[in-house]
Write a protein that binds this ligand. Sequence first.
Ligand SMILES: Cc1ncc(COP(=O)(O)O)c(C=O)c1O
Length: 406
Amino acid sequence: MKVEEIRKDFPIFQQQVNGHPLVYLDNAATTQRPRQVVEAVMRFYQDANANVHRSVHTMSYRATELYEGARKKIASFINASSWREIVWVRGATEGLNLLAYSLGLYHLREGDEIVLTVMEHHSNMVPWQRIAQLKNLRIVYAGVTPEGRLDIEDLKAKISSRTRLISVIHASNVLGVVNPVGEIAQLARDAGAIFIVDAAQSAPHMPIDVEAMGCDFLVASGHKMLGPTGIGFLYGRRERLEAMEPFQSGGDMIEHVTLEGATWNELPWKFEAGTPNIAGAIGLGAAVDYINNVGLTDMLEHEKELRRYAVERIRELGGVDIYTPDGDDVLGIVSFNIHGIHPHDVAGYLDQCGIEVRSGHHCTQPLMECLRIENAVRASFYLYNTKEEVDRLVEALARVKKLFRV
Ligand SMILES: Cc1ncc(COP(=O)(O)O)c(C=O)c1O
């Protein structure tokens, strides 16, 4: 992969931060945007701005064509069998809330069980907890193994005759491990349960094929894959979406309204109430084009290589706990702590050196509890990162250790 060429597409890397060239290693939180994405959004506002689906005028047709064209790009990106299976949402969080409410309120009954894992992001935990409280459902959690992988035997043991739904993170935003979703899909099918995949951390980094995976639903966020903020997508198997009630209601999601009630629009618009994030969807379409041009397989290898190199060099520093396991099933994420230094102090020092990493609980407090920590430092890589940037990270970590005398 020609990383130096790729970096030229990202104007943000031309700047200095705190007197140093920017090293951006917080990609699991949000990625940078190439000018192709920024320009696609700008072109829409400058040349084609109008509301979608509503008007008979030319500009509205133009906007609708771009908006629906972007949906088709997503469908092909994840190998959905139809563009009608792609619902635009604000991001993974809204996709999961849509499912928790539309499925939870109408399809789950008192005593039904939901299987989650302790490594879920809060967005795949809290919506289910709230719906479980409302409907008297039971949530059971599969644990993690001591080396930081999903305990699949525990997950099997947690599935019972009452299991109605299984929702699992595809790749952990802390550990970087990719969970065996194909195997879990089979377990869900055998149990007659709905299977949901949170692909917020996988879709930006590895090829996704929802047909091969066998999931019923999958969610992802555009801003974690070079796209704008405020846009993401929910994939839902057509017959599942057809059988579901809408989430939000209002304009565009209806077929006919009377004073007594309403009927619903066709898929996918039944789930898209109100004026959508048109520019965001178009920008995400441009991001998918960009990723396809570079090639996800090459990106994945590059990011895994950066992770292997970073782990090796951080380990050499000594006095460090690394939570990310080793293995080919781990994406470009390294989470760690330096003995005797609070992660916020590490991240604050790195920022002074122009190096941006995340410190905190990463919206995974139950996982932190399993790891017996409260916080960690996380460096997460993307297609534009380099080994030289990893070297700068490690050199700064060595300096912060000296500064704190640990
Ligand atoms: C695994 C995972 N799921 C869900 C989310 C939520 O994504 P968003 O905040 O874009 O809705 C994140 C964000 O960090 C994540 O890492």
